[in-house]
Design a protein around this ligand. Structure first.
Ligand SMILES: *Cc1c(COP(=O)(O)O)cnc(C)c1O
Length: 405
């Protein structure tokens, strides 16, 4: 498939390029001392992570520890209720720890171990990335420092407890708003001091090169499995696939299995309470080009050009930008990006639980809501949705805010 001069048959050979660019997006915009650390990781990724030994070990871990392959499930009752389009979900909710995040964390921490590092550093907002990192670090026996804003520590007590039980060191960040942005700054500052003994592990397909590439590649297993499983189940490809996009890691891995196929691809961002700035986190829909957290992409900016405040009912989606590859796939027209608001998300959350016996993460419910809309619009065919995680983490919030419907 060739679209706007991009040949998707050879896509992975050319994107990202050597500098980490997907077209004009991506790159590595960080302090010179950290540039060196990034080059070391890139080098290790292209040598160690492509070795037979590394690949074999990661495959074994995925099977024996994570419980992969996760299945694809047919949403039979929901499909019948909606009409004739058949809906399917890729079950990343059944991946160990309940979401797709462990796929790239196990890869990143395995790489750290092969590089001889003693420690991994990460930041976390709602705590999901922190828990996945703490899990991976415990598995490999590495030290783990998780930087977290004091405000987030107060709000996310169960995840803080999980990280500590798993042996991670949760570092409280008390600067500024005491949330994710400050935690990122604190983690980068710590990394600049300690990069000889540790690596920094980013939680999505964002940040400086090589992370958008590396995280996508570690998540590729989702798309690869889903494609083979779907063809095996039905004898053909899905007509459309859907995933939610925060930073964009679950979507990037899932989409990467289908880029060269005649399949419509949809990335769904959170519209939150509506299109007013501050009420959503739909960066690809409403943002403009800019540099943040070490990479060039499309972002939501305030009047000073800094990352704008964002909101979503799903804490995993409230990031003011998306990975550079998504900005590129949007511009070349291969992936369509659209939005789903809080209300549609919560309706889909209850609908999937009632009709199929699956309680989705609120993040994933954005993709389910769009899949339902798409089914009504298409009239015939099939839609495969990436169910990035399970909703157990969201129960308290849902019960408090929406009650039991
Ligand atoms: C963190 C998270 C997301 C958002 O992250 P992406 O990098 O955009 O995939 C989506 N779903 C779940 C369940 C999450 O935990």
């Amino acid at each position: 498939m060739i679209l706007n001069n991009v040949d998707f048959e050879t896509y992975f050979r050319h994107y990202p390029d050597e500098g980490g660019f997907f077209g004009k997006y991506g790159g590595c915009y960080i302090a010179p001392e950290l540039q060196k650390a990034m080059e070391e990781i890139t080098q290790a990724y292209f040598t160690i992570a492509q070795s037979r030994q590394f690949i074999a070990e990661l495959r074994r871990i995925r099977k024996e520890f994570q419980g992969r392959p996760t299945p694809v499930s047919h949403l039979e009752r929901l499909s019948n209720k909606l009409g004739s389009v058949q809906l399917y979900v890729k079950r990343e909710d059944l991946n160990h720890t309940g979401a797709h995040k462990l796929n790239h964390c196990m890869g990143e921490v395995l790489l750290a171990k092969y590089m001889g590092k003693k420690k991994v550093i990460a930041e976390t907002g709602a705590g999901q990335h922190g828990v996945a990192m703490a899990t991976a670090a415990a598995y490999f026996g590495l030290e783990c420092d998780i930087y977290m804003g004091a405000e987030d520590i107060k709000k996310q007590a169960p995840n803080v407890a999980r990280m500590k039980i798993l042996g991670a060191n949760v570092v409280e960040v008390t600067e500024g708003q005491q949330t994710l942005k400050e935690a990122v700054d604190a983690a980068f500052a710590a990394y600049a001091k300690e990069y000889k003994d540790c690596i920094y592990c980013i939680g999505s397909v964002v940040g400086p090169h090589p992370f958008p590439m590396m995280v996508r590649d570690f998540q590729h297993v989702v798309g690869e499995e889903a494609r083979a499983q779907f063809v095996d189940m039905t004898g053909h490809l899905p007509d459309a696939i859907v995933a939610c996009v925060g930073g964009g890691s679950n979507a990037a891995g899932f989409f990467s299995g289908f880029l060269n196929d005649p399949v419509e691809i949809y990335g769904i961002e959170p519209l939150g309470r509506g299109a007013t700035p501050g009420d959503h986190a739909a960066s690809l829909q409403y943002g403009s080009e800019g540099i943040m957290h070490g990479f060039n992409s499309i972002m939501l900016k305030d009047e000073n050009g800094d990352p704008a405040p964002v909101y979503s009912v799903a804490s995993g989606l409230d990031y003011p930008s998306s990975g550079p590859e998504h900005a590129f796939l949007r511009d070349c027209g291969r992936v369509k990006y659209d939005v789903i608001n809080d209300e549609e998300t919560i309706d889909a959350f209850y609908e999937l639980a009632r009709m199929e016996g699956i309680i989705p993460a609120i993040e994933s419910a954005h993709a389910v809501a769009y899949g339902i809309k798409l089914a009504q619009r298409m009239g015939k065919g099939s839609v495969l949705i990436n169910l990035s995680g399970r909703g157990d983490k969201d129960m308290d919030y849902i019960i408090e805010k929406y009650g039991i419907r």
